[in-house]
Design a binder for this molecule. Sequence first.
Ligand SMILES: Cc1cc2nc3c(=O)[nH]c(=O)nc-3n(C[C@H](O)[C@H](O)[C@H](O)COP(=O)(O)O)c2cc1C
Length: 139
Amino acid sequence: MRNGLHSWLYLSASNLNVSEEPLAIHQIVDTSRARNVDMDVTGALLFSGTRFVQFLEGPLESISSLQASIKRDARHRDIISLSVRVLRARQFGKWALAYNGESAFVEKVLDKAMAHHARGSRDGMDSLIKLLKQFSPTD
Ligand SMILES: Cc1cc2nc3c(=O)[nH]c(=O)nc-3n(C[C@H](O)[C@H](O)[C@H](O)COP(=O)(O)O)c2cc1C
């Protein structure tokens, strides 16, 4: 399905230290806001303070091009691709930074999703999408 809607969900570990975090996140959000709109990509990025979770959806060429850029970005490491899928409909109406901060609740959801993934189970994915939606501004 070359022309359909594609999505990518991944987790990664942050390489940012506390002092550079605010500026780096600001820069990522700025770049993403402009580039994702241009490429017809929607989704959400969540930053927990130590890890990133991102869901991106859009045309195949856009998702492939973003994957290449994001994978070579030195601001994070240990990217775990949780799912690459063809979608019937968008899950997010726009692109959003879902959450930026530390929370025991978020860490717990991320740990659980990683544990599911390590066992070869897809069960953690829905909880991550739910988490991203929960923290995404709706307006
Ligand atoms: C966790 C993380 C998420 C990112 N998400 C996006 C994104 O959604 N859209 C985007 O254009 N760039 C995003 N970036 C920035 C890209 O990695 C890259 O710097 C930017 O797209 C420029 O691409 P280029 O280096 O290939 O020119 C993200 C970077 C990080 C570390």
